[in-house]
Write a protein that binds this ligand. Structure first.
Ligand SMILES: [Zn+2]
Length: 430
């Protein structure tokens, strides 16, 4: 996720500390949003009475209020009197809330409202607005259902690997980012490099030298711009493309900062430059992207296994990792996609309550557990939760990085065999 707005409000002179601060701000925001998604995801309406409203930036609040009033009118058709009242009341809460705004916040606005009371006779209409969006919301939506619509928000908290893209020839260059499936153009540059054909009165040799100088100047400009735009991103790789041979100079020369140049995954021929060229480059680079993912995973697991052999700052196993997370010692949490444990809350007739973590298969084989206090049977008193989610949430809260390890590579398989959960530590724990 970009921490500054590349479109216009660029801050090229942002210090490293400022950039870090902006990034931390983003992370906190993301964490808040994840909590909200979690909380709202658990809520169920008794009937179709939970209202979700998504307003993209730039939409007029007055228009939205008008539409919601129309919906209030339409809801008079709802047969059940209780449901009708709940929907109308939820809409009223949203309308009243929106009236506080004279314009839509910069990234848009999302509001949820509805009856979340457990008690049918006593409705409790709650309002959940969310305005601190890190990215602009693109969906415009009004929906009434038994659950809230959360998919567009969920898409915002997914972590994507970010790759830098440069397409160029002697005439123009585009710098962009690939994040998940979306390609974002950061900057387009035009050169002043003259065409190959010599014009009136100049010797071919002199003309070629002039052209060479102009190309070199353009490469420097591309390098400087790319460094400024790309160094603030945590890149997983760089791919360079374009028609013609000039791109090779960018790939091999010293135009790019070494921290970006080191990430080069490959150079590809494309038919186009510009935004279309960026898209073409991604299409032609699928092999590089897959290799990069596999190589990265291999590197992480190998780093972990080597440290383990040398008795370094790493630990593995569920209890060890939980302990490391509790003490704040985790730098990176490694977790296998095949890690299938659950966290279960159990209670006993004697009043004893316990939270236990176990393999999902173990839990499903035998849902009742022996009570340590009275020897009776403890039963689950809440729906079990995915332990992976709990661990990731905890790690993020403690400021640790999280790396998911697939089960498809040999290293990934080996990692799963070790229990599928491990941590690289900030310091050694006893
Ligand atoms: Zn008991």
């Amino acid at each position: 996720m970009a921490n500054v707005d590349e479109s216009g409000a660029q801050k090229p002179n942002m210090t490293k500390a400022e950039a870090t601060e902006a990034k931390v701000g983003d992370e906190k925001n993301k964490y808040k949003l994840k909590k909200l998604i979690d909380e709202l995801g658990k809520m169920r309406g008794r009937h179709t009475e939970l209202v979700s409203v998504y307003i993209p930036a730039g939409y007029s609040i007055t228009d939205v209020i008008g539409q919601l009033k129309d919906e209030q009118g339409t809801s008079s058709n709802i047969k059940s009197k209780a449901t009708r009242k709940n929907v109308t009341d939820a809409l009223e809460k949203i309308i009243q809330y929106l009236k506080k705004y004279d314009r839509t916040p910069p990234n848009g606005l999302v509001i949820f409202a509805g009856n979340i009371s457990e008690d049918e006779g006593k409705p409790k209409i709650e309002l959940f607005p969310y305005t601190d969006l890190v990215e602009p919301i693109k969906t415009k939506l009004y929906w009434c259902d038994q659950t809230f619509v959360l998919e567009p928000l969920k898409a915002m908290v997914v972590e994507h690997d970010v790759y830098a893209l440069i397409v160029m020839d002697a005439r123009e260059a585009s710098i962009g980012l690939l994040s998940g499936k979306s390609i974002k153009t950061l900057k387009n540059l035009d050169s002043t490099v003259p065409s190959k054909t010599v014009k009136g009165g100049m010797s071919q040799g002199r003309y070629d030298r002039l052209r060479e100088d102009a190309i070199n100047e353009f490469l420097n400009e591309i390098g400087d711009t790319a460094n400024e735009l790309l160094l603030k991103h945590e890149l997983k790789g760089l791919i360079i493309g374009g028609p013609g041979p000039v791109k090779e100079k960018l790939a091999k020369g010293k135009y790019l900062n070494y921290m970006i140049a080191n990430k080069l995954l490959g150079v590809k021929d494309t038919g186009y430059t510009g935004e279309f060229g960026l898209r073409e480059l991604v299409e032609r680079s699928e092999d590089l992207l897959v290799d990069s993912m596999v190589a990265r995973e291999r590197a992480i697991v190998t780093k972990f296994l080597t440290a383990l052999e040398k008795n370094g700052n790493v630990t593995y196993g569920i209890n060890e990792v939980k302990q490391a997370l509790d003490s704040g010692a985790v730098d990176t949490l490694l977790i296998s996609e095949g890690f299938d444990w659950v966290r279960v809350k159990l209670n006993c007739q004697c009043g004893n309550e316990e939270t236990k973590d176990m393999k999902r298969s173990v839990f499903h084989a035998k849902k009742e557990q022996k009570c340590d206090k009275c020897g009776g049977w403890m039963k689950p008193c809440e729906e079990e939760m995915n332990l992976m989610d709990a661990l990731i949430e905890k790690a993020e809260k403690m400021g640790a990085k999280v790396e998911m390890i697939s089960t498809e590579t040999p290293e990934g398989g080996q990692f799963k065999e070790l229990g599928g959960v491990a941590a690289m530590l900030r310091y050694k724990i006893g």
